[in-house]
Design a protein around this ligand. Structure first.
Ligand SMILES: [Mg+2]
Length: 399
């Protein structure tokens, strides 16, 4: 079934009509990437960090990214060194170690007969990496390769699996945690057309349509301001701030959405805490102060678009009952409509891991979270724009 099928009578549109604010995540929601290029840049940054800063052997630089090893929705077991796929009951359906899938009896031996990960809460911690973004795909991929490399005698045998992940977390902090450091941001800024899949025409039209419908638009992203500016200057132009009534960055989702978080909003220019305000970039913050500022209680006057099923969607829905729209690009891959070189490997990934949304005729762990916490699912903002136009043409008349 095509996700482009008319959806103008979907219950979501009633919520759309009553909403005042429409918010967006940045990475993979507003911005789309040429994924293989992005993943290649990220893995190169990680490899260089491991060799230059952590003393790993030069062979690590020769690791080339393989898109089938780790896919979104995988759980990386940091103790046992396995990459897992789970069903909606958290039962392991597949476990990859190095290049080899474990037999069911081996999975049973390692995880107990019921093969259920009872202690998984959906967040990454010392025991599990939950793969929800392309950055996490890279970390999971390197973890898998380093475990294999050690087992083949190419790395220090005393290095534990979790030590690899600690080094990978440091590489992320080094390359992505400070805009003036590392190689990631300079690499992206030198090749913007090679990294970003330019959807600027649709973005501008979508924002115009929303404004025409009386919506206030906001940005809520974990990205650093420097990266927000780099991305949106490229996609929307140097006046990009004018598209947004509120600009919230370095937001630390999912913590941002936790009702007990009291992390204040920061005026980074003045280096001090501040109250939320319109038309001014704000760092950090928390959902409770935001709702108070917008004069909204727990209700559905706010719609949020994000691609991370947990950090964006589950937490926004669970804690403050925001209306949620999941950007699920795999919906488009079902229709084979994407044509970049990462998507061309979709069949390989599917042969390796099975269907993204299903697992042994049950929803996959990831698919179940998407279904439970999304009010609406769409493959991209460009697809949503088509649905919105259709709603405005047909649905609004019926309401
Ligand atoms: Mg995102």
């Amino acid at each position: 079934m095509s996700n482009r099928k008319s959806k103008h009578n979907h219950p979501f549109w009633e919520k759309y009509l009553s909403s005042k604010y429409v918010g967006f995540d940045l990475d993979h929601t507003i911005s789309k990437y040429h994924k293989l290029n992005l993943l290649t840049v990220v893995t190169t940054c990680i490899a260089k960090y491991l060799v230059n800063e952590q003393g790993y052997p030069k062979e690590v630089l020769g690791i080339t990214f393989d898109p089938k090893i780790v896919v979104k929705g995988n759980i990386v077991d940091l103790e046992k060194g396995n990459i897992l796929k789970l069903d909606s009951e958290k039962k392991i359906s597949k476990a990859l170690h190095g290049d080899t899938f474990l037999h069911e009896t081996e999975i049973g031996k390692e995880y107990g007969e019921n093969m259920i990960l009872d202690d998984l809460q959906g967040f990454s911690n010392k025991k599990y990496l939950v793969v929800g973004t392309y950055f996490e795909i890279c970390r999971g991929f390197f973890f898998n390769r380093l475990v294999l490399m050690r087992e083949n005698g190419g790395l220090d045998p005393n290095k534990a699996n979790q030590d690899f992940m600690l080094d990978l977390v440091s590489s992320v902090a080094y390359n992505f945690g400070n805009y003036d450091q590392g190689e990631f941001y300079p690499s992206v800024s030198q090749d913007l057309p090679g990294i970003f899949d330019d959807n600027s025409k649709d973005l501008k039209q979508l924002f115009q349509f929303l404004k025409k419908d009386g919506k206030k638009i906001f940005l809520l992203t974990n990205s650093l301001y420097g990266y927000v500016n780099l991305t949106l200057d490229y996609l929307l132009g140097s006046n990009w701030q004018e598209y947004f009534d509120l600009i919230l960055y370095s937001a630390r989702k999912p913590v941002f959405f936790q009702s007990n978080s009291q992390i204040p909003f920061i005026d980074e220019k003045k280096q001090k805490e501040c109250s939320p305000k319109f038309h001014y970039p704000l760092k950090n913050g928390n959902v409770k102060d935001l709702m108070k500022f917008l004069n909204l209680e727990q209700n559905n006057e706010i719609i949020y678009f994000g691609d991370h099923p947990i950090g964006d969607i589950r937490e926004a829905k669970n804690n403050f009952n925001w209306t949620t729209v999941s950007i699920v690009e795999e919906l488009d891959q079902l229709n084979n409509e994407q044509s970049d070189n990462y998507s061309e490997s979709i069949e390989k990934r599917k042969q390796f891991w099975g269907d993204y949304f299903y697992c042994n005729k049950k929803p996959s762990y990831w698919g179940a979270i998407l279904n439970q916490f999304s009010d609406y699912q769409t493959a991209s903002l460009s697809h949503f724009l088509i649905d919105l136009k259709e709603f405005q043409k047909f649905g609004a008349l019926e309401n």
